[in-house]
Design a protein around this ligand. Structure first.
Ligand SMILES: Cc1cc2nc3c(=O)[nH]c(=O)nc-3n(C[C@H](O)[C@H](O)[C@H](O)COP(=O)(O)O)c2cc1C
Length: 191
């Protein structure tokens, strides 16, 4: 299986989303026959912002082909200012491409990129799964919308939240996320 691993945190060693996306990939490699692993650090090597000429470059073709060729996509996604990192949005701008990953027809939109396994590791400082901040969650919901639009309606989200509430909450959130990773993998498909 071919894995595409993306990170987008602007932090390095202290990044929770990097820790979790790496944990997902480690477990995938331990439990599946992974023939190929491509890695993109979108914070260190950001893709250009969306422009019309920019969609016709060799880099854009490489990024799209890399996504289309992957069986499993693992995405590290920190919440910044209630949404995803701008660098991760730029990556999505390169893969949401008409007639490649979606098309419009008389009955509406059709996603063309279904059949992949997508695992997203989200980290967020606050708590959005419950309480007054629920309506301010625009990272996971945006990711679900973009992935669903291209036919990936069953993406799995591993979330560590409240990591800014102090070391104890951060540790508990990371442990809970790790436990979800351990339950999730190996995937119930032929390796
Ligand atoms: C620039 C910036 C903006 C942030 N915005 C939010 C936010 O809107 N909501 C939130 O809950 N946490 C916010 N945080 C906290 C991050 O979501 C939290 O630190 C998360 O762990 C970041 O992912 P990382 O650890 O992989 O870098 C922000 C952090 C930074 C650095």
């Amino acid at each position: 299986m071919k894995i595409l691993h993306l990170d987008s945190s602007i932090q390095a060693d202290t990044s929770a989303s990097r820790l979790l996306s790496a944990a997902v990939v480690d477990r995938l490699r331990a439990t599946h026959d992974t023939t190929d692993l491509a890695y993109r650090d979108l914070a260190i090597a950001p893709l250009p912002h969306l422009t019309l000429p920019g969609l016709a470059t060799d880099l854009a073709a490489t990024v799209l082909d890399e996504f289309l060729g992957a069986d499993i996509v693992v995405i590290g996604a920190p919440m910044y200012n209630f949404g995803i990192a701008t660098q991760l949005k730029s990556w999505f701008d390169h893969i949401l491409v008409a007639n490649r990953t979606f098309r419009y027809g008389e009955s509406g939109v059709e996603g063309l990129a279904g059949g992949k396994t997508v695992i997203v590791a989200i980290s967020r400082g606050g708590i959005y799964s419950d309480g007054p901040a629920i309506p301010n969650e625009h990272a996971e919901s945006h990711l679900r919308a973009m992935l669903g639009f291209i036919g990936i309606t069953d993406a799995v989200f591993v979330v560590a939240e409240g990591v800014a509430y102090g070391p104890a909450q951060r540790e508990a959130a990371l442990q809970e996320a790790q436990a979800k990773i351990d339950r999730l993998l190996p995937l119930p498909v032929a390796a």
